[in-house]
Write a protein that binds this ligand. Structure first.
Ligand code: NI
Length: 202
C-alpha cells in the first residue's frame, strides 16, 4: 500500500511537471524591487555637468506568452525619484520619472523546464515629471529609446516562481534649468535596471 502511494506521488509529480513552466497562452505577472542605476553622462555647458543618482522602487511586469518561447512584456513601476547634481555644486534639484518599457522576449527551454532564462529587446519611453530645482525651474524632455534585457525565472511550483532580471535602456534627455543660472544640458542617463521579483502565471 505504502509503495502504491509512493508511486502515485511520483506519478502526480511527473504529471504536474508536464506543464511546469510558461507555455503558450500564459499570462505572467511579476512584482518586486527595481533599482534604476544611471550610467549617466552629460555634455558640458557653461562648466555645468549634470549627474543623476540611483533609486529603487516597486517594479511590475506583465507578459503574455504567444508561444512556449516568445512573449510580449511590459515593465512598469512606481515613480522613480532621482537627485540631480551639478558637478561642483552638489544637489541642485530632483525629478521623478516613469520608464514604461515594451519588450519582445525569447525564453530558452520549454514548458517542462523549471528554469527559464530569457533575453528581450524593445522600446523604452521615459516621462519626467515633478522636476524641482533650487536654481529656478527645471524641465527634462521625454525620451524614446531602445531597451534590452536578460532574466531568469525559476519555477517553485506550477504557478509561482522567482525572478531576477537586468535591463538596459537608452534614455537621453535635455535638462533645462532657468533662473539665476540658465543651463541647457543633454543628459544620457542610459541606466541599468536591476530587478528581483516574485512571479505568478495563469
Ligand atoms: Ni543614450
Amino acid at each position: 500500500m505504502k509503495k502504491a502511494i509512493c508511486s502515485l506521488a511520483v506519478l502526480a509529480a511527473l504529471t504536474s511537471a508536464q506543464a511546469f513552466a510558461h507555455q503558450e497562452g500564459d499570462f505572467i505577472v511579476r512584482a518586486g524591487l527595481a533599482s534604476v542605476v544611471p550610467n549617466d553622462d552629460s555634455d558640458m555647458n557653461a562648466g555645468a555637468k549634470i549627474e543623476v543618482d540611483s533609486n529603487t522602487q516597486l517594479g511590475l511586469t506583465f507578459g503574455y506568452m504567444f508561444t512556449d518561447n516568445i512573449s510580449f512584456e511590459v515593465l512598469a513601476a512606481s515613480p522613480f525619484t532621482h537627485d540631480i547634481s551639478l558637478q561642483g555644486m552638489g544637489k541642485v534639484g530632483e525629478t521623478k520619472h516613469l520608464p514604461p518599457t515594451f519588450m519582445v522576449e525569447y525564453y530558452f527551454g520549454d514548458s517542462q523546464s523549471k528554469l527559464r532564462p530569457y533575453v528581450g529587446a524593445g522600446i523604452n519611453y521615459t516621462v519626467f515629471f515633478d522636476e524641482k530645482t533650487s536654481l529656478g525651474t527645471l524641465s527634462l524632455d521625454d525620451s524614446w529609446g531602445l531597451a534590452a534585457n536578460v532574466g531568469l525565472d525559476y519555477m517553485l511550483n506550477d504557478d509561482w516562481f522567482i525572478n531576477g532580471s537586468i535591463w538596459y535602456a537608452d534614455i537621453d534627455t535635455k535638462a533645462k534649468i532657468r533662473g539665476g543660472v540658465d543651463v541647457d544640458v543633454n543628459v544620457d542617463i542610459d541606466p541599468w535596471i536591476f530587478m528581483l521579483s516574485g512571479g505568478y502565471k495563469f
